[in-house]
Design a protein around this ligand. Structure first.
Ligand code: FEO
Length: 396
């Protein structure tokens, strides 16, 4: 059965949730499912904004049919060609063969690579600032390359003042009833998975997100309609504010992410003791055991706080694999403007600390504090004063 939600009188949510997905994009563990948004604009012409993942195709096509209510589908706008939004494009073309597909030049090339149907004969090609007249409104297209792929574009409806924002402003997690963000607690329920979503999916491309935010600032926006997560119609500055911070690589608050891997518990012991000393100095601390946590949580915490502690054993003359993944993920996601402390551990020839310093030392605006510690298998009484000095320096 169809499941439609009204966004405005003329715009209907026709998306669907997948609560069985466990790994998003083949990489990110998902606890509470994923939401794929698609919107139908009913004016003199009908316009569908993006399709959905193939896992929810059945619900989606029922929704479109119900929302069209007997009308034909005149246009599909493809804002983002990544298959979590476009995997059902091939089937849509079969079901609605007369629908024109609105794309930019880059999207058209990508559609040809993913699908075998003839896109050129169906395409309406648009670029920056172009408009599509659909009756009482002219939709305007805003290019947003690398938020999250190079072809991404946003669509602005000047009548209902809606920005269809593609991947931007989304979050991990299926919707619980309402599609509107104001139906839940922003800091408590929404922010953690929005942060993990943004930092891991788009975090590397802060400069491009800043460009998109500047373009958005020039528009009069009442609704933000992303392709994942919830629709914003109140307090838009909450989500715009954190996106501005994240994309400028500015921490949300002062605090320390203590990220550790441990083989026999001794590095864990060190991380725990140091976290206590940092906490005693009044800063919030988040301790993550990266042998049991996915690296995406470390990336999210590294964006949230302005300080990071890395604690890792040396294994096979390298950084412990789980911590190697974390350290490279921090660098790969363009983490910047941090103060970092590094502690390594080894029974002989510990080299992990040096490798961590080499990888993280080049991050923009980042300082690795001089005081460090190489644990000789397990902490000794004499190491505690070193941890005191590390706690002092990292919190200073
Ligand atoms: Fe939700 Fe970049 O796809």
């Amino acid at each position: 059965m169809y499941d439609l939600r009204k966004i405005t009188d003329n715009i209907t949510w026709v998306g669907a949730c997948d609560r069985r997905i466990r790994i998003f994009e083949g990489t990110y563990p998902i606890e509470d499912g994923m939401n794929y948004n698609s919107y139908l604009i009913a004016d003199e012409k009908t316009v569908l904004v993006d399709t959905v993942d193939k896992a929810v195709a059945n619900n989606f096509f029922e929704n479109i049919s119900a929302a069209l209510n007997g009308r034909s589908l005149d246009y599909l706008i493809v804002q983002h060609m990544e298959p979590d939004h476009s995997a059902t494009l091939g089937e849509l073309v079969l079901r609605y063969p007369d629908t024109k597909i609105v794309v930019n030049q880059k999207t058209m090339g990508m559609i040809s690579r993913f699908f075998g149907f003839d896109i050129e004969s169906r395409a309406v090609v648009v670029g920056e600032g172009d408009t599509l007249d659909i009756g009482s409104r002219k939709l305007t297209f805003v290019m947003a390359p690398m938020v999250h792929w190079p072809e991404v574009m946003l669509t602005y409806d000047p009548v209902d003042k809606v920005l269809f924002s593609a991947d931007a402003f989304g979050n991990f997690g299926a919707i619980d009833g309402s599609v509107f963000a104001d139906s839940l607690d922003f800091e408590g329920e929404f922010l953690p998975e929005a942060r993990r979503y943004y930092t891991n999916i788009v975090g590397k491309y802060g400069a491009q997100v800043q460009m998109a935010l500047k373009k958005a600032a020039a528009l009069d926006i009442k609704y933000l309609c992303p392709l994942h997560g919830l629709v914003w119609r109140k307090d838009l500055d909450k989500i715009l504010g954190v996106y501005d911070k994240w994309s400028r690589y500015e921490a949300e608050e002062k605090g320390v992410a203590v990220l550790y891997g441990s083989v026999y518990g001794n590095s864990a012991n060190c991380a725990q003791i140091l976290a206590g000393k940092i906490s005693d100095k009044g800063l919030p601390v988040k301790v993550l055991d990266m042998n049991v946590k996915h690296f995406s949580h470390a990336v999210a915490m590294a964006f949230k706080y302005d300080r990071i502690v890395i604690v890792t054993p040396t294994v096979n003359a390298e950084i412990l694999v789980s911590m190697d993944t974390v350290v490279r993920a921090l660098a790969g996601h363009n983490v910047q403007n941090k103060k970092i402390a590094v502690i390594d551990n080894g029974t002989w020839a510990s080299v992990a600390g040096k490798s961590v310093r080499e990888i993280l030392g080049g991050l923009k605006g980042t300082t690795i504090i001089e005081e460090g510690l190489t644990i000789a298998s397990s902490l000794k009484e004499g190491d505690l004063s070193v941890l005191d000095r590390i706690a002092e320096e990292i919190t200073a």
